[in-house]
Design a protein around this ligand. Structure first.
Ligand code: ATP
Ligand code: MG
Length: 226
């Protein structure tokens, strides 16, 4: 089985539709060098999250191909692909379990020190320490409700702990206060550094740091640049 090492990402003339009637993406081509950041912007429904889903192989392309390290992702074992890629989704759904379990997701069990370090880097450690049972606090239906910003930082901590070669970030659209936004920006900067990053960006502060920006409209790239 082929392995992912460098983490370059290429879309080669990709088209896609969820159900054959309507094209959602048409002729999408871009290349991201290892360690660089690509930002995707555009109106709601333009296909940004779909690009993220295709890269993680939730769906297969209808036309064209997606390559990582010059290998078509169809030839890469699903488990290698998902090990190499970390995803911070648009709306993080937490498991009905402890904070610790949620940061650990996808791993058997990381040492406590690693979990705490990831949480610190994601700027969520202090909030966790204020919860009734700290890292053993139950979240979700049975326990404490976390705010959107806190949930996203838990997802960032999970991704930092996983330490993938490629990071896919689907920035939350929800309004955040200035301090929370600053905390999340700092956490994102840590998760992106030295990793190939594709980020669906809604905030100017995120877009500024990208190496390339693609503007999507109705499934087409209508503008690109910095
Ligand atoms: P937003 O900024 O609101 O998150 P987006 O650019 O991420 O929007 P996508 O989620 O990629 O948009 O959706 C692109 C188009 O595909 C939309 O028209 C949407 O209705 C459609 N779509 C998304 N998911 C599905 C699905 N599972 N089945 C059918 N159509 C879908
Ligand atoms: Mg989206």
């Amino acid at each position: 089985p082929l392995k992912i090492k460098e983490g370059s990402v290429e879309f080669r003339d990709v088209s896609f539709s969820y159900n054959s009637d309507r094209a959602i993406l048409s002729n999408i081509s871009f290349y991201v060098s290892p360690g660089k950041t690509l930002a995707l912007v555009g109106p709601s429904g333009s296909g940004k999250s779909t690009i993220i889903r295709l890269l993680f192989r939730f769906y297969d392309v209808s036309g064209g191909s997606i390559l990582i390290d010059n290998q078509d992702i169809k030839t890469v074992q699903q488990v290698s692909l998902r090990k190499a890629i970390g995803v911070v989704p648009q709306d993080t759904v937490l498991f009905n379990n402890t904070i610790k379990f949620n940061i650990n997701y996808g791993r058997v069990s990381a040492p406590d020190g690693d979990i705490i370090l990831a949480a610190k880097n994601a700027d969520i450690h202090e909030s966790i320490m204020n919860f009734p049972e700290a890292y053993n606090t139950q979240v979700g239906e049975r326990g404490l409700k976390l705010s959107g910003g806190e949930k996203q930082r838990v997802a960032i901590a999970r991704t930092l702990l996983k330490s993938p070669t490629i990071v896919l970030l689907d920035e939350a659209t929800s309004a955040l206060d200035t301090q929370t936004e600053r905390n999340i920006q700092a956490a994102l900067a840590k998760v992106c550094s030295n990793r190939t990053t594709i980020i669906v960006a809604h905030r100017l502060s995120t877009i500024i740091h990208a190496d390339e920006i693609l503007v999507l409209k109705e499934g087409l790239i209508v503008e690109r640049g910095r």
